[in-house]
Design a protein around this ligand. Structure first.
Ligand SMILES: NCCC[C@H](NC(=O)CCC(=O)O)C(=O)O
Ligand SMILES: NC(=O)OP(=O)(O)O
Length: 312
């Protein structure tokens, strides 16, 4: 594998899950593989889990991680072609990516969407510019439209906790005060579509994800109906896709409660706002898998880095 930028880069999800589970059992077994190799992590946005678990994964493989907060700490990067750079950007992605490629064997990038310009966001211009102008492999640590390290993590976690051969998995929208990206929901949807699960999405009217992502997956506007007989309820807020980036609804009735959850397991990528997205009683109960999900971020990243290292 050269780059890992989308769930579509996973050739066989069941094999990947099995391999991630073996890494989890003996995380240091490939400690020689990444010796003298450098992973550069570039953050255009905040992070706790991705920033730490991806470094931990690199360390488990014997790699040397180096981290930079691009926004604020680096020079403003210009992505436009042929731009007269007389504004706020001081260096072009052509130089920046070429320079970073000399210091790193793999570059990992986090760059969220604007949520104001759908066409520009969907062009994935930051991630694709790194892919184009870097001479080393690129890993997506959450881009405008996808969070494939999270999607892989969630597939691993569901596989670990499934009690039946074909569990029912619900992706549910929940309220939030801010406009949030679609990336986590998109990659979770794509991961579930590759797994042998009964998968449905629950969201209010006006909140359907991109039809290119949802495809044949049933979309249900009644949350209680969607939750019936669910084994896993994966919760995430996202802003409207059709009315791009808008917050149309903050209906507290969509918040996840213990009563609504029933016997299902609760999942969320974190960070999560308590008593807005989900009530304390759920997060503080055995029904919550959120801490285990965060743990699996390390093994998802380690599997991805291992596959890229083997191909260098
Ligand atoms: N990486 C996981 C989620 C990141 C981001 N969440 C956020 O921005 C939450 C911010 C807040 O709650 O203020 C998202 O939804 O894509
Ligand atoms: N789940 C996740 O990606 O967390 P961070 O945004 O803290 O990295």
């Amino acid at each position: 594998m050269k780059n890992y930028t989308s769930i579509n880069d996973i050739d066989n999800i069941n094999n990947w899950i099995a391999e991630a589970k073996t890494l989890k059992e003996s995380p240091l077994k490939d400690i020689e593989l990444g010796k003298n190799k450098t992973l550069g992590l570039l953050f255009f946005n905040s992070s706790l889990r991705t920033r730490l678990s991806t470094q931990k994964a690199a360390l488990n493989l014997g790699m040397n991680p180096i981290v930079m907060n691009v926004s604020g700490d680096a020079w403003g990067i210009e992505f436009g072609d042929g731009t007269v750079m007389n504004g706020n950007t001081a260096e072009h992605i052509k130089e920046a990516a070429a320079v970073v490629s000399q210091y790193c064997d793999i570059i990992a990038v986090r760059a969220f969407p604007s949520l104001t310009d759908k066409v520009k966001d969907e062009s994935e211009y930051v991630l694709n510019a790194f892919k184009k102008h870097a001479s080393v492999p690129v890993v997506n640590m959450e881009s405008a439209t996808g969070h494939p390290l999270q999607g892989l993590t969630d597939a691993i976690t569901i596989s670990e906790h499934a009690k039946t051969k074909k569990p029912k998995v619900v992706l549910s929208w929940a309220p939030h005060i801010k406009a949030l990206p679609h990336a986590v929901a998109n990659s979770f949807t794509q991961a579930m579509q590759k797994m042998d699960v009964e998968f449905v999405i629950a969201n209010p009217e006006g909140y359907n994800l991109s039809p290119e992502i949802t495809g044949d997956t049933p979309i249900i506007h009644d949350q209680n109906e969607a939750f019936k007989d669910a084994d896993f309820v994966y919760v995430k807020n996202w802003s409207s896709y059709d009315d791009y980036g808008k917050v149309l609804n903050t209906d507290p009735n969509w918040m996840i409660t213990k009563e609504k959850l029933g016997d299902a397991k609760f999942m969320h990528c974190l960070p999560v706002r308590r008593n807005l997205i989900v009530e304390d009683a759920v997060l503080d109960s055995d029904s919550s898998l959120v801490i285990e999900q965060a743990n699996n971020r390390t093994y998802a990243a380690q599997l991805v880095l291992k596959k890229i290292l083997k191909n260098l």
